[in-house]
Design a binder for this molecule. Structure first.
Ligand SMILES: [Zn+2]
Length: 287
């Protein structure tokens, strides 16, 4: 049984991703399970060259040493293709050639191509969500139920450019028997039902989930690599740890900002409790 941290290599770690990294790390340590590192790099074009190595160097500088080899989603296409054929056999997939323009006026996918079963290489593959209700337990936020069709519609499993969707890959990976808990950002809370639905169809056991608040700028925009959030400086690792512990609802002594990483980690492991993490969906990061 393990926890994991699964960044996409679109840029260096920023304070928001450090919150998720340290939160998932401390939860894994509290459970005395390994903490795995997975690089979600299926979307090759969006991945910045070098960002992957930079993320690993930064984790290392913060004393966040992962267990076992790094997993790359780009190396696991065969596993996802197997899951795809499994779904195909269950007759829940269909090919969609709706244009963006056509879908623009719909909040969720209107089911237009549901009857389309003929393969063409320029078509996306969607999954039928008819009448399914999925209940998602979250350790921080309780149970939430979603009616898939009205909440999301039939969502994409393989994109038009033939890239496996984030949801399928993540369902397969987080549903793996070695993962028993997933700590990640609140921005993914409402993506969980789609992944749980896929896990259910693929006969995989969903992990326990906890969704931590995301960090935003003063305008409420989530800090993200894509919007150019300032990277955390590995040279300030101690201070970054101190800030992160506070953001996670812990109250380290004031002089802890000068402690060695080893001591900060030790203190964090002892103090960590999911129940102390702020309940809100987002926190403003003063810069
Ligand atoms: Zn369609």
């Amino acid at each position: 049984m393990s926890g994991r941290f699964a960044p996409s290599p679109t840029g260096p770690l920023h304070q928001g991703s450090l919150v998720t990294a340290i939160g998932s790390y401390l939860e894994a340590k509290k459970r005395k399970t390994p903490w795995l590192l997975r690089i979600d790099d299926l979307d090759g074009f969006r991945s910045m060259r070098g960002a992957r190595d930079e993320i690993m160097r930064s984790l290392d500088a913060h004393g966040l040493h992962w267990d076992g080899p790094v997993q790359y989603q780009s190396n696991r296409i065969e596993v996802y293709m197997e899951a795809l054929s499994n779904l195909e056999e269950q007759d829940v997939l269909f090919y969609c050639n709706c244009s963006r323009k056509l879908l623009k006026n719909h909040r969720v996918y209107p089911g237009t191509c549901r009857k389309q079963s003929n393969y063409q290489s320029d078509r996306a593959i969607r999954i039928s969500t008819k009448n399914r209700v999925i209940t998602c337990p979250d350790q921080l936020r309780g149970n939430r139920s979603y009616e898939l069709e009205t909440a999301f519609g039939d969502f994409i499993i393989v994109r038009r450019d033939q890239i496996i969707s984030y949801h399928l890959a993540t369902a397969v990976d987080d549903g793996s028997p070695e993962i028993d808990h997933v700590v990640r950002g609140y921005d993914l809370l409402h993506e969980t039902p789609k992944q749980q639905y896929l896990m259910e169809l693929l006969n995989l056991r969903p992990p326990e989930y906890a969704h931590l608040p995301v960090l935003t700028d003063e305008d409420g925009v989530k800090l993200s690599k894509r919007t150019g959030a300032t990277p955390v400086n590995p040279k300030n690792a101690k201070e970054n740890w101190f800030i992160t512990l506070r953001l996670l609802g812990l109250n380290p002594p004031v002089d802890a900002a000068n402690w060695e990483i080893k001591e900060l980690k030790k203190w964090g492991m002892e103090a960590w409790q999911l129940e102390l993490v702020p309940q809100q969906s987002a926190m403003i990061m003063d810069t």
